[in-house]
Design a protein around this ligand. Structure first.
Ligand SMILES: [Fe+2]
Length: 330
């Protein structure tokens, strides 16, 4: 029997010979940057033309032309949300884990599992997998925040579930700050065990920035400048099982060393400007811009401006580490 005859026979039986199979090795992905002026312009138009009751959320997704399936990356996704004064983004839950990082505005609230979390510029709020959440803007100005989700990863596992709440807004069953108080108390292993699934939490920008600016110049990480991870207060580990949130200060004049790793990072420029060399090219960025550094691309950051630059980022390192797929090279 010749090979092609055998191949045809196998195909009919829904089989495939290994001599026909090509192993799909890692294909390098390209980086991409979204300019703030364009994103902001789109948000301003959506604010006036899209009713929030029309869409589940008035949000705009960042879609990389280098990634299939209209996504920011193959695992994580960024969207920008805008909520007008007095508006409510109705209650729902899903098994995508999400984070909110407030880009502009104040006086809004995210309610998670019956507890209100104030939203001020630079705050990070966690809505872990399967927690009820809604948003309300009680201020006189529109508020803009960045949503980070593990949606593409959850969808690739074909395990996405979504639930609508019976009312538009959930009742406030907990007092403001209750989660943080319980966690402050919950330093003992038993209590931590109970909370393993993930807890709603707010990291206030004021406190985050205190921690970010305290270390000395000499204490900078060679690859990331001054970087801090948002540690999950219940587990002491990554921010969420699928996503690590980080913020880094690139002080004036810094130029970091190059490295590469198998985690993908989505960056948002919170302050300042600079540039990131990725692979053969580089991305010039300034306040409000958002960019992706795909996995296994050599990259390094530079801030040649006279002022501090701050990058907020999310990455899929927890997934890579959990599956023992994380590797790093420098
Ligand atoms: Fe949601």
């Amino acid at each position: 029997m010749d090979t092609s005859e055998l191949d045809r026979e196998l195909e009919k039986k829904n089989l495939s010979g290994f001599w026909r199979t090509r192993v799909p090795f890692h294909r390098p992905e390209l980086p991409f940057l979204w300019n703030w002026r364009e994103v902001r312009d789109a948000l301003m138009k959506a604010k006036d033309s899209i009713g929030i009751e029309l869409a589940e959320r008035r949000a705009i997704r960042l879609v990389s032309p280098h990634v299939p399936g209209k996504s920011t990356s193959h695992t994580l996704q960024f969207t920008f949300s805008i909520v007008n004064p007095g508006e409510v983004a109705r209650t729902h839950r899903h098994n995508m884990a999400a984070i909110r990082f407030v880009v502009q505005g104040k006086g809004a609230y995210t309610t998670v599992e019956g507890e209100q979390f104030p939203m001020e510029e630079g705050d990070l709020i966690l809505t872990p997998n399967w927690t009820w959440h809604d948003h309300f803007n009680g201020s006189a100005e529109p508020i803009i925040w960045l949503d980070g989700l593990d949606g593409p990863m959850i969808q690739s596992l074909n395990v996405l579930f979504f639930d609508q709440y019976e009312k538009e807004v959930q009742d406030h069953t907990r007092r403001e700050g209750e989660s943080a108080r319980r966690l402050g108390f919950a330093r003992r292993p038993t209590a931590i065990e109970n909370e393993r699934r993930g807890v709603p939490f707010r990291y206030k920008w004021k406190e985050t920035y205190e921690s970010l600016k305290t270390p000395k110049e000499s204490e900078a990480d060679p690859f990331d400048g001054h970087l801090i991870r948002y540690i999950n207060p219940a587990t002491g580990g990554f921010t969420l099982p699928t996503m690590s949130c980080e913020v880094q200060s690139l002080r004036a004049g810094i130029s970091t060393k190059a490295h590469r790793h198998t985690s993908t990072t989505l960056y948002h420029v919170f302050r300042g400007r600079g540039r990131t060399a990725v692979g053969e090219g580089h991305l010039e960025w300034e306040k409000g811009d958002t960019f992706v550094v795909p996995l296994w691309q050599w990259h390094r950051h530079e801030n040649s401006s006279g002022e501090e630059a701050i990058l907020f980022s999310i990455n899929d390192r927890p997934i890579m580490q959990a599956l023992e797929l994380y590797r790093e090279e420098s």
